[in-house]
Design a protein around this ligand. Structure first.
Ligand code: GBH
Length: 491
């Protein structure tokens, strides 16, 4: 454990906001209650449990569907400014289509939103955090372009039902994970492995769904509801593996292919996909004998629609990679070959329980500066950041997580104060331990410990929850703070 970037005495600026996050499938449970329809995670976990590390599912998860009052009490206790959660599409529209609205689903979210607001906690709502209605998967899922319109229909229902009280919306959580992992790499539902094809088609639909939702808000809701609509992309920072020019290019290309893929069309002045994606995917497609590029094209009108279609840049960030140039003479379509980058993490970075999560706080500061430079310093809301322990670790004294939050928040503070990056909010992932997708319950990200063996799913504060709460109330990082009931960590 190391104290790497102490900024003693510095405080987060006045208007800066702190929150915590969850997602519907990961916490709600009640998978088939009160008229909810089946989604792709219900389908995957029930029909292919072998795909999940511990064979588990989110049928009950944290049972948050039945614990609105208790959860909001805990949020109040944390003193957060906002709570980021997601809406389960199939709870609102059981078939995925907007022909029938499930009132009981609407009531659940109304109750949650109203209870939050009554406690002075702002809802920050993600419309889509990976739980696609299964019937929409059966017509092809996101690679089917019709889903853009079906998503807008769903978004309209959300604005109509909740927009009078909800001022901040995120259309999509992590398009790269939805698309690349869901349709190219088979590491997220629906576990499709059409590498170099499915992911790009999915991404194209998502971007258009996002831009059309933004347009709908502008045309029909912004004036009356006066809220904001954004989108969240996950980014690992790409550090060049060596001083060579090739590796510098590799690191830049890594960021363009994973982050620029979705933000270049929205934030770059020229819009559209990053030119390096266009040229490399076009060239590879041609060499592989395709009649057209595997990366679809936007019309000029679509390029214009996408430009500027976000009121804040939502950033999920956990870790970084060292990137090197990858050359191959393989001729099967592949995202990695298109990108031409290999990436690894040095053993010298402290490891979390997730294989991809290593502690490198400089990465977020560099990434925030990259965003500032490339996109003209847009408003950034950090919508996720956090650290995992193994599922069987029951230590409430989670010093490694406290260290993670402290060093990452210090790096963010430095980016704000010293580099003048326009970061306005920070969100800890996660409020409580929850269902970690293919990892099931084998990894814990929570500030609260959840006992998944107990039918009541009791939540117990970890040390990190108290430390985070102290950061929120003092607006500063304090390495010497020892919350009551815990002992000092050995920094
Ligand atoms: C978030 O995604 C999710 O939004 C959240 O639901 C989840 O519980 C949380 O993280 C913890 O995992 O695939 O090459 O990008 C973070 C997604 C997935 C990002 C794995 C990094 C590994 C490398 N992370 N990914 S890559």
């Amino acid at each position: 454990l190391s104290k790497t970037q102490a900024q003693d005495g510095n405080q987060f600026p006045g208007g800066f906001r702190f929150g915590v996050a969850t997602a519907s499938y990961q916490v709600e449970g009640a998978w088939n209650e009160d008229g909810k329809g089946e989604n792709i995670w219900d389908y995957l976990t029930h029909n292919n449990p072998g795909a999940i590390d511990d064979g588990s599912n989110g049928d009950i998860a944290c049972d948050s569907y039945h614990k609105t009052a208790e959860d909001v009490e805990l949020l109040k206790d944390l003193d957060v400014d906002f709570y980021r959660f997601s809406i389960s599409w199939s709870r609102i529209l059981p078939s995925g289509h907007a022909n029938y609205i499930n009132r009981e689903g609407v009531n659940y979210y109304n109750e949650l939103i109203d209870t939050l607001i009554a406690n002075d906690i702002r809802p920050l709502i993600t419309m889509f955090h990976w739980d696609l209605p299964q019937p929409l998967q059966e017509i092809g899922g996101w690679p089917n372009p019709i889903l853009a319109d079906l998503f807008v229909d769903y978004a309209k229902v959300l604005f109509d039902e909740f927009g009078d009280r909800v001022l901040e919306w995120i259309t999509f959580n992590e398009p790269y994970q939805i698309c690349h992992q869901g349709y190219s790499e088979a590491t997220k539902a629906p576990l499709y492995a059409q590498d170099g094809i499915g992911g790009y088609l999915c991404g194209h639909t998502l971007l258009l769904a996002h831009a059309k939702t933004y347009q709908l808000y502008n045309e029909s809701y912004r004036e009356t509801q006066q809220g904001r609509v954004g989108i969240t992309v996950n980014a690992m920072w790409g550090e060049p593996a060596s001083e060579s020019e090739d590796d510098a290019t590799a690191a830049e290309n890594y960021i363009q292919f994973t982050f620029g893929w979705f933000f270049n069309p929205i934030y770059a002045s020229e819009g559209d996909y990053p030119s390096v994606m266009r040229s490399q995917i076009d060239a590879n497609s041609q060499a592989e004998g395709f009649q057209r590029s595997r990366l679809p094209s936007f019309t000029q009108e679509e390029i214009e629609l996408l430009k500027g279609s976000s009121d804040f840049l939502g950033l999920n960030h956990y870790s970084s990679y060292e990137c090197a140039r990858l050359t191959t003479d393989e001729t099967t379509p592949s995202f990695i070959n298109d990108m031409g980058v290999s990436y690894t993490q040095p053993d010298t970075w402290e490891a979390g329980a997730s294989f991809w999560l290593k502690v490198y706080p400089d990465g977020i500061r560099k990434l925030l500066n990259w965003i500032k430079t490339r996109y003209g310093n847009p408003e950034v809301m950090i919508t996720e950041n956090g650290f995992s322990y193994a599922g069987n670790e029951q230590d409430l004294q989670d010093c490694r997580r406290v260290n993670y939050y402290n060093v990452y928040l210090e790096a963010i503070l430095a980016a704000i104060v010293e580099d003048e990056c326009n970061v306005t909010a920070y969100t800890a992932w996660s409020f409580m331990d929850n269902y970690e997708w293919l990892r099931g319950y084998t990894q814990r990200f929570g500030l609260y410990y959840v006992d998944f063996t107990d039918d009541d799913r009791p939540r117990t504060p970890k040390m990190s929850s108290r430390v985070y709460s102290n950061i929120i109330s003092t607006r500063a990082i304090n390495w010497t703070y020892v919350p009551e009931g815990f002992t000092a960590c050995d920094w």
